[in-house]
Design a protein around this ligand. Structure first.
Ligand SMILES: CC(C)(COP(=O)(O)OP(=O)(O)OC[C@H]1O[C@@H](n2cnc3c(N)ncnc32)[C@H](O)[C@@H]1OP(=O)(O)O)[C@@H](O)C(=O)NCCC(=O)NCCS
Length: 187
């Protein structure tokens, strides 16, 4: 049987001590790795003067930024985005440069269909960066700035997940302070 690189998993043992185990899961089995971050202090994050970070939390925000959102997900996508924000529990963050969306990500408070979370925890994802702009730090900066916005509102528990082969996403999480994964799930 082919085993890929071993997967670290962080957990608390019966004494409440944080431990890491290494799992050897056959390479042909695909799974999502779940990361958790507990952090109250906003981190300093600098954007270049041409870049703008925006956190959209209501349909009105989408209406005000309709062209920009539509340039990222199309007109129908922008309408859907506005509808998603109606609940008040979601947000869409963007970094734009010259009205072009470089990177975007969704956040959802208090709910995840794949794993259990605390009521006030924020689940981030999906995240995305325009193919031409990848590797320039946009996703990491945008995620950090989004986490900062939530922390300022008193929300300090964050979850994010990605598939085991998505090394770029894993690096983004690491740069934003997430440690080893805390759980796995199979789709
Ligand atoms: C994942 C994604 C959002 C990252 O966006 P990005 O703007 O390129 O991210 P950043 O530039 O902030 O950071 C990427 C990091 O991953 C690293 N990286 C890229 N490809 C890598 C790979 N194959 N293996 C290891 N590291 C990799 C980059 O070098 C960079 O790290 P560094 O700053 O230490 O050099 C982007 O690749 C993407 O949109 N992918 C398609 C959608 C997707 O997979 N979304 C994630 C689902 S959760």
């Amino acid at each position: 049987m082919d085993f890929g690189p071993s997967t670290p998993l962080s957990y608390f043992n019966a004494n409440g001590k944080s431990m890491i185990v290494s799992l050897n899961i056959p390479d042909h089995i695909s799974f999502q790795m779940v990361y958790r971050l507990e952090s109250k202090d906003p981190s300093e994050t600098q954007l270049d003067p041409e870049s703008n970070f925006t956190l959209l939390t209501s349909p009105i925000h989408v209406a005000r930024n309709f062209r920009t959102v539509a340039s990222y997900c199309g007109t129908a996508g922008a309408i859907k985005a506005a509808a998603k924000l109606l609940s008040g529990r979601r947000s869409l963050y963007l970094i734009t440069r010259y009205n072009r969306v470089e990177t975007a990500g969704w956040c959802y408070t208090g709910q995840c269909k794949h794993y259990k979370i605390e009521p006030n925890a924020v689940v981030v994802g999906p995240i995305w960066t325009s193919p031409k702009s990848r590797g320039k730090g946009f996703a990491s900066k945008a995620l950090q700035l989004a986490l900062n916005e939530y922390k300022r509102k008193g929300q300090y528990l964050f979850y994010i997940d990605t598939e085991k082969k998505n090394h770029a996403a894993q690096r983004v999480f690491e740069k934003c302070g997430f440690g080893p994964p805390v759980a796995l799930y199979f789709k």
